[in-house]
Ligand binder design. Structure first.
Ligand code: ADP
Ligand code: MG
Length: 323
């Protein structure tokens, strides 16, 4: 299914993404079941619709399984419903809102931006908006070159890789840092041009710290209107960080003892008080990985270990060293 994107003449308004023509879309949104005889479903009943629905539901469930992110989850669900309903309106030949899906993700490192971008990519693929739904993550160094023409070429390379999916630009504000003469500006221009050239098969996500992204959009007013979806990723609270830590241990088949849980809480609390971006799941992941290695060193000293010992994390295993 192709989704058409039309750029408006003055180039300042967001592009218009149109769902498939009614006839084309009708192939996908057909009646779910057709009864033939009593209680029999025709063999070629449109199963794909059901499985698309199921696949979308699965991805949304996965999103739900992440700790916290309440507003983010609500916005992604809204987005999913919105895209679906615009598709249905097209089928009914009703005026459909223009679907502009480029996004700004604002938040500190480790707050789940990349994780959510991957989910968005997969979701839009299952919904037929994107062909592949993969995410290409890049930053200034991947886009900006060293001589005239180099930047456009580097940016185009990344765009080409991202086609059919999501181009996720981390710390996007750094593209505007050097001002008018900086090659970063060339990258921005190439990105904007590509949003036009690759109209119907690319979603751009610009990510970065809230304040910096706000400054970036203010200095590039033309950009703001091209990115209508803004999502804030707040820092995780202490309880959320503990829950994230617990789930990370569990998924690796480790278990915190009672003392281990207490030690995790104490360490994360001290981290929250000292680290500038402590509400940060990546720090928890580093802590979990470090802990697993410390447990290994402790157990290795003994000639053998029981299954229980291999699973259990003791307070002494948990440390904030080298985080
Ligand atoms: N809500 C969450 N629940 C569980 N793990 C999370 C959550 N948010 C982030 N993580 C984990 O933390 C790490 C950093 O997340 P990431 O999405 O890369 O953050 P960002 O892109 O904002 O820097 C990843 O390993 C991710 O799986
Ligand atoms: Mg990231």
């Amino acid at each position: 299914m192709t989704i058409r994107v039309t750029f408006r003449a003055d180039n300042h308004l967001p592009p218009v993404i149109q769902s498939p023509s009614p006839r084309e879309a009708a192939k996908f949104i057909a009646p779910v079941t057709e009864l033939v005889g009593i209680g029999r479903v025709r063999k070629n009943s449109p199963l794909p619709l059901e499985s698309e629905k199921e696949r979308v539901a699965k991805i949304l469930d996965e999103l739900e399984s992440y700790i916290g992110l309440v507003t983010v989850k609500r916005l992604i669900r809204e987005l999913q419903a919105y895209v679906e309903i615009q598709k249905r309106r097209v089928v009914e030949k009703l005026i459909a809102e223009p679907l502009v899906l480029h996004m700004i993700f604002r938040g500190n490192p480790g707050t789940g931006k990349t994780t959510v971008a991957r989910i968005v990519g997969r979701l839009l693929k299952e919904m037929g908006v994107l062909q592949k739904g993969h995410v290409i993550e890049c930053e200034r160094a991947d886009l900006v070159g060293e001589y005239i023409g180099h930047t456009a070429q580097k940016t185009r390379e990344q765009l080409k890789k991202a086609l059919g999916g999501v181009l996720f630009i981390d710390e996007a504000y750094s593209l505007a840092r050097g001002g008018e003469k900086d090659f970063g500006k060339e990258a921005i221009d190439a990105l904007v041009k590509s949003m036009e050239d690759n109209k119907d098969n690319l979603v751009l996500i610009l990510a970065g710290y809230s304040d910096e992204m706000e400054w970036f959009l203010q200095t590039n007013p033309g950009l703001r209107s091209r990115f209508p979806i803004h999502i804030d990723f707040p820092d995780y609270t202490l309880d959320e960080l503990i829950a994230i830590g617990n789930s990370m241990f569990k998924s690796r088949q480790y278990e915190l003892t009672l003392g281990g849980t207490e030690a995790l809480r104490i360490h994360l609390r001290s981290l929250l008080n000292t680290h500038p971006h402590a509400g940060n799941a990546r720090l928890v992941r580093n802590l979990v990985e470090k802990t697993v290695r410390k447990q290994a060193v402790r157990l290795y000293k003994k000639p053998s270990s029981s299954r229980e010992e291999l699973i259990q994390i003791l307070p002494a295993d948990i440390t904030l060293e080298d985080l």
